[in-house]
Design a protein. Structure first.
Ligand code: GDG
Length: 493
């Protein structure tokens, strides 16, 4: 088994990472189960003179950032340009002079610090939007290893992406990878549309994209959770009870992509049109703070607190507060108990790469008496979790109706939906995600050698759709060597 060099923006020790949730849990899983090194930012900001060297603790390598790097690369380009644009929020993107250069500069510095640790037979797995240029910088230093990139957030429609002034530079950066993995088939479709229409890439007969003289594979690998972890933990925990009250749970970092104002409004609308449920139901919203020094995050916090206050003021009673809003992180173990004792999870982002909370909620339920998942059609998880109640989070009236449907759902239907959802979550778990990505990355290690490559179904279908759209041609037949199985979680669309 080749050693995997994991690279991600934030790196922490494995015990802390396993408690953190999201991307950190996924990377800690890879680091624990494979020969690996994990490299990235320590989370510290230090004066430039002290920020230049690597700190090694076992298999974890960390680097601090200087204040200028933190400002321009992390808060600036990554979180005020790429995060909003990739979530289709051009209106909050801040294109500021110098931030792109700082973004490239940090990637260049990280590449130079990482390169001496890379052995010839390692594979390098780079994570997320902070590090798109890492491969091109490693290639410049002579690194020939297989390098894969995984994007945890969505890829936007191509017309949105070309609004980034430096989009063609980012496309060149993507072309330096051997494999680009995305969360969903919709993201694969968006990225291929962009590579073809935005920077004139060609989809080759074997399904890869020829771009700036390189061949790139694009495929979807929906991220999963360690479902047994949640199922086991949920069985052991004491339930968090609310004096006979039925709870609707929301757990989202306080981010403008998570649709929190729309969620509060939908709950307010539900109380308005269903007075019989007043005093019977609470919405508990856990919304830990995040990136508070980016302006758009302060705005969303103010908006949410005003809205929560006005709904509580309007409907609340001396003995009943309709919305419990908690602006702090809950301990991970307690989260499982809260999930299990909630009748509904309201997971309604306006845009989300995957949304692991949806999967964690389902995995924490008692299969004999499970709660109901209400899921936004704009969360990546919707491609797999088709047995949830699917809503358009912008439509607060319809969402309010669906809350009532969920509260009144029969036990038989709740069990059937939970069984179907659990089957998908258990099949596409964290181990499957990691195995399928790394298998695809090491396949065809004769770089640019089509004879060693099995074309993923997703690429073949994307080609068919593109050729139909462009020429009105009938779909192509699969090639002979495509009969081999594609990675289990690589989807077609
Ligand atoms: C990015 C993409 C993609 C949340 N609040 C608390 C807490 N959490 C944990 C959850 C979950 C994680 O954080 C959040 O994961 P999400 O998937 O919902 O969202 P992002 O953080 O935005 O992550 C996303 C993900 O990457 C993975 O690829 O799904 O689309 O945006 O694990 O449990 N954990 C604790 N207390 C909290 O209050 N302990």
């Amino acid at each position: 088994m080749s050693r995997v060099i994991l690279v991600s923006n934030r790196v922490m020790d494995l015990r802390r990472a396993a408690q953190a949730g999201g991307v950190a849990v996924a990377l800690a899983h890879v680091a624990r189960t494979r020969p690996s090194l994990w490299f990235g930012w320590s989370g510290e900001v230090k004066p430039a003179a002290e920020a230049g060297s690597v700190n090694q603790a076992g298999r974890v390598l960390t680097v601090p950032l200087s204040p200028e790097e933190h400002e321009g690369y992390y808060l600036g380009y990554a979180n005020s340009v790429l995060w909003p644009v990739f979530h289709n929020r051009l209106d909050v993107a801040q294109f500021e002079a110098g931030h792109f250069e700082r973004y490239i500069g940090v990637n260049r510095r990280l590449a130079a610090l990482l390169q001496p640790f890379i052995r010839p037979d390692d594979v390098v797995w780079v994570h997320d939007y902070h590090l798109i240029p890492l491969a091109v910088e490693l290639r410049r230093l002579g690194v020939l290893n297989r390098i894969g990139f995984y994007l945890h957030i969505p890829f936007p429609p191509w017309q949105t992406f070309v609004a980034i002034p430096e989009h063609a530079h980012l496309a060149r950066c993507l072309a330096a990878y051997d494999l680009v993995g995305l969360q969903t088939m919709a993201d694969v479709s968006n990225l291929i549309d962009y590579l073809v229409n935005g920077v004139f890439g060609n989809v080759t007969p074997d399904g890869r994209v020829r771009l700036f003289d390189r061949l790139l594979t694009v495929a979807s690998f929906p991220i999963g959770i360690d479902s047994t972890d949640f199922t086991r933990a949920a069985r052991d925990v004491a339930l968090v009870q609310g004096r006979g009250m039925r709870r609707i749970i929301g757990v989202d970092r306080l981010d403008y992509t998570k649709g929190l104002p729309q969620k509060f409004k939908a709950f307010g609308q539900f109380l308005e049109t269903n007075p019989q449920y007043r005093r019977q139901v609470v919405l508990t919203q856990i919304a830990p703070p995040t990136r508070e020094n980016v302006g758009a995050y302060a705005d969303i916090r103010r908006q949410l607190e005003t809205l929560g206050g006005s709904i509580n003021g309007r409907f609340g009673e001396l003995d009943w507060v309709p919305i419990h809003y908690i602006h702090r992180a809950a301990p991970r173990r307690r989260l499982t108990a809260i999930y299990r004792s909630s009748s509904i999870a309201l997971v309604t982002p306006l845009r989300d790469g995957m949304n692991l909370v949806a999967k964690e909620y389902v995995a924490s339920q008692d299969p004999e008496d499970p709660g109901v998942l209400i899921l936004s059609r704009f969360a990546g998880a919707v491609e797999e979790l088709v047995d949830a109640l699917i809503v358009n989070p912008y439509d607060i009236y319809a969402t309010a109706e669906v809350i009532r449907t969920a509260l009144e759902m029969s036990l038989d239907e709740r069990r059937a939906r939970n069984r179907a959802l659990m089957a998908v979550i258990a099949r596409n778990d964290l181990a499957a995600w990691c195995d399928s990505f790394l298998r695809a990355l090491s396949r065809g290690s004769g770089e640019n050698d089509p004879t060693t490559w099995t074309q993923p179904e997703s690429i073949r279908r994307a080609m068919d759709r593109l050729s139909q759209a462009v020429r009105g041609a009938p779909p192509q037949k699969p090639h002979g060597h495509e009969a081999k199985a594609a990675p289990t979680s690589t989807h077609s669309y």
